[in-house]
Design a protein. Structure first.
Length: 186
């Protein structure tokens, strides 16, 4: 059983990477470049550029979210919605719907940089603010999808988006703590 699960997980990830390599490359490059740039901007010489650069990164992330969630979709003839919470997880796990699993992962990954960059752009940004901003932004995107018939309005997407932002916040603080420990050792 565990070998089959691991094999299925690797197969799913391989399918995901093959299908969404553009999004993966963009997100990975954006986050890695951002981390490297901010590491360099931590020196006293560049401290004045840190906040404007973080705000620029925040703006780029907002535009990216709007683009990937609204701009490339075709309009349908009806308003589509799914109000059952965790329905996509049930379909993915119980009914082996890999496409929904990929959507779940997309929604989490798309908002990951938001939580990461918000935490850096707005100093001392608490988790509740990251949750609130990601909830409002995700809710606005889902409402636009419903109003303009650009996709499926669903609570699962909002939950996954907030989860992605929370993960970004957590990774930011993890990296910050690792860096602080490294400095203390020196």
């Amino acid at each position: 059983m565990p070998v089959s699960f691991i094999s299925d997980a690797f197969h799913f990830l391989w399918m995901y990477i093959r299908q969404y390599y553009g999004l993966m490359i963009f997100l990975a490059a954006f986050v890695v470049c951002y981390i490297l740039l901010m590491h360099r901007l931590n020196s006293p010489l560049f401290n004045k550029l840190r906040e404007p650069t973080a705000l620029l990164g925040f703006g780029i992330e907002i535009v990216t979210i709007v683009y990937f969630t609204l701009m490339f979709r075709d309009s349908s003839s009806a308003h589509s919605y799914e109000l059952e919470l965790f329905w996509s997880y049930k379909e993915w796990i119980i009914h082996h719907n890999a496409a929904l699993g990929m959507e779940i992962l997309n929604n989490i990954l798309l908002f990951f940089p938001l939580g990461f960059i918000m935490t850096d752009a707005f100093r001392k940004c608490p988790l509740r603010i990251v949750c609130l901003v990601s909830l409002i932004l995700s809710g606005a995107v889902e409402c636009c999808q419903l109003i303009f018939r650009l996709g499926l309005f669903e609570f699962d997407d909002i939950l996954n988006n907030v989860l992605g932002a929370v993960l970004g916040w957590c990774v930011f603080h993890l990296l910050k703590n690792l860096r602080s420990r490294k400095r203390r050792r020196k």
